[in-house]
Write a protein that binds this ligand. Sequence first.
Ligand code: ATP
Ligand code: MG
Length: 721
Amino acid sequence: FSRRPPDYLEGLNEEQRDAVLSTEGPLLVLAGAGTGKTRVLTTRIAHILSTRMARGAEILSVTFTNKAAREMKERIGSLVGSSVEGMPWLGTFHSISARILRRHAELVDLRSDFTILDTDDQIRLIKQLLAAENIDEKRWPARQFAGMLDAWKNRGLLPRDVSEADAGFFANGKGKKLYADYQARLKVLNAADFGDLLLECIRLFREQPDVLAEYHRRFRYMLVDEYQDSNVAQYLWLRLLAQGKPASEANICVVGDDDQSIYGWRGAEVDNILRFEKDFPGAKVIKLERNYRSTSNILSAASHLIAHNESRLGKTLQTDVGERGETVAVTSVWDSEEEARQIGEDIEQLQRNGEALDSMAILVRASFQMREFEERFITLGLNYRVVGGPRFYERREIRDALAYLRLVSNFTDDLAFERIVNVPKRGLGDTTVKVLMGTARHQNVPLTTATRMLIETEDLKPKQRTTLRELLAQFDDWAERSRSIPHAELAEQILDESGYTAMWQADKAPDSPGRLENLKELVRSMEEFETLGGFLEHISLVMDRDSADSDDAVSIMTLHSAKGLEFNTVFLPGWEEGLFPHQRALDESGRAGLEEERRLAYVGITRARKRAKISLAQNRRIHGLWQSAIPSRFLDELPADAVEVKDTGSSYGGYGYGGGASSRFNQVDPFDSVYETPGWQRAQRQRENRKSPGPMTIDGELVAKSVSDPGTSSAFSLGET
Ligand code: ATP
Ligand code: MG
C-alpha cells in the first residue's frame, strides 16, 4: 500500500469507501437506488484481490442474474487490471449451487452429470405421479402442485419439514406423500429441479459437516447484491456458508434496498434485511445517501411516490447530479397505438439529438404491452431488443394461436398442424403423429389430407380416429366461418372452441394469466387488418425480421427485469389502474400487493439518469369495443414541481374537460373500467394514500414534511395552478 489511495478508491464518497474497506466482519449496506451499492461490491472485490487478502477462487459473490455476473466480472477486471484471475464463485444463487452440487453429487444421491429439469419436464413428472396415485388431474392440477413445490422449496422445506396443514389439502391429504415421491423420482432420473439446486445444497451442508467445513475454509469473503429479493432458502444457504466463524466475525457483506423488493410474489422476504442484524450480531450497517444516477427531478418523483408505502425501513436520498434536469413527463394519449407512435417519435427525436438507442429503454408492467412497441419499431426501422424474455410473436402461446389461424387459412400448413394437433392435449401422442406423418410422406400429401385418409382406416385406434375426425370437422367449420365473420372474432371463437384458452385458464402457473393477456392482445391486434390473410402476411414479415441484434438498440423489458440497470432515458407506458398497479396484485395480495406494485414503480423511475417519460392511454380497445381507462393512482403520488403533464389525447376528440389535469384524468367511472376496479379499492385507496410517511429531502433540501402535508401538491393539482 503506498500512501496515495489506490485508483479504484478514487471518486468514492466516504461511506462507500468505508463499505469497501470494511472487509472484516458482517456488513449490511442498506441504501436507495443508484447510490452505488453494486459499485461498492465490485470495488470491494477489486480491493480484496489487489491487496491479496484472498484469491478470486476464495470469494463468493452472488448477483441476481447471470448477465449481472458477467458485467461484474468485466468491471472488476478493469479496476484491477487485466491480470484478474478467475472468479469461479461469482454468479447467481442457482448457478453457484449447481456448481457445488456437481462436485458432491453422490452425497445427495445424484451423479455429477445430473440434469436440471425445466418447467415442462417438471409438470410431466408430476402428472405421472398424480396418475400413479389415481388423483384426478382436473380437480388437482399438476401446475398447482408445481406451485406448491416451488413455495416449499423457496422456504427451504424438505418433504419431512412440510406440515400436514400446509400440504394436507392437496389431493385430500396426499400432498406430503406426493412431495416425497416426487423427490424420490428425481433421484431415479438423476435430475434436480430449479428449487432443488438450493434445497439440496442446504441438505448437503447440514448433513455433511466435512463438506461444509471445506467451503468455510474456501470462502474467505462473501458478497451478495440485491439482497432484498433473497428468499428464505437463499438466506439459510448463506447463513450455513457463513458459519465457519463466529457470527460476529463472518466476512459477509450484503447490499440491498427494501424499497426495491419486487419478488415477494416469488417468495422473496424483505425481512431478511432485518434478520441479518439479528443473526450477525454487531454487524456494521452503512447507509449510502447520495444518488449518482438521476437528476433531482427524477429522484424527487421517485421519492414522493415511494413515500406512500407504509412498510419501509426509511432512508434518505440526495442527488449528486447537480442539475434539476428535465421534468418527468406524464403524457396522456388516446390509446396504446398512439402511445407507441408517440414514444417512437420521441426516440427518433432523441436520436437526432445524438442520443444512442442503447441509452433508452421502455419498461412495461405486463409483457402484452410489448407488441405495440415492437410493431411500431419494425415499421419505423428502429432497432430494438427484448430483454429477459422472448419477443411477443415468439412467445409460446402466440405461436400456438398463430398455428391455429394459419391452418384455418391454409390446410396444407404442416408445421402449424404438427404444432397444435395435440395442444391442448387430446390424447394424440407421438405415436399417432408419427403414423400421420408417415402416411403424409408416403402419399406425398399434406398432414390434414393424410389425416382425412387415415381416419377411414384401421391404422389408428378408434379413440384417436374419433378425436381426429372431430378436430378436422372443427377446422372445416372454422374455415367456413372465416368467410362470413370478422377474423378477430373468429380467432377468439377458435381459441375458445379448441380448448386452448381453457388450457391456460386451468393452468395455475404464475405466468398463465400473462399468457391469457397476450392472447387477448393478439386478437386485439387482428382488428387492424382487413383480412386474415393480410394479418398472417404481416406476422410472417414481422417474425422474419433480422434477429441479429445490433449493438445499438432500444431495450424493451418488463419492470422486473430492469432491476439494477440504468439508462439515460426511460419510457414508462401504461400507467393505468388495473394495469399498473396490476389488478391481480391488488386482488391477490391487497395492501401488500399494492405496496409491491409501488416499489416496482419506484424501480422503474429510478432506472433513469436524465429522462423519465411516463404515459397512459385514455382508452383501451377490448373485443372491438372502446373502454375508458382510469389513470394510475401512482400519478397522484408524483410531486407537482418535478412533473409536467401533457394530454395529446384531446386532439382526438377525447373527453371534454374544463378543469385541471386532475379532473381531466379522473373523469372516468371506475365501474366502466375494462379492469373492473372494485369500488371498495378506490375508496380504500383514498384513505390509505393519505397516511403520512415522514420527511424527505432532495439535494439536501427538505421538499416535503410528509405527503399529507398540504404544502405538497400532487401532479394533478398542477393543471389548476
Ligand atoms: P440500484 O439500487 O439501482 O441497483 P446501486 O445502488 O447498485 O443502484 P450503482 O448501479 O452501483 O447503484 O451506481 C449507480 C450509478 O452511479 C452508476 O453509474 C455508478 O457508476 C455511479 N456511481 C456510484 N458511485 C459513484 C461515485 N462515488 N462517483 C461517481 N459515480 C458513482
Ligand atoms: Mg445495484
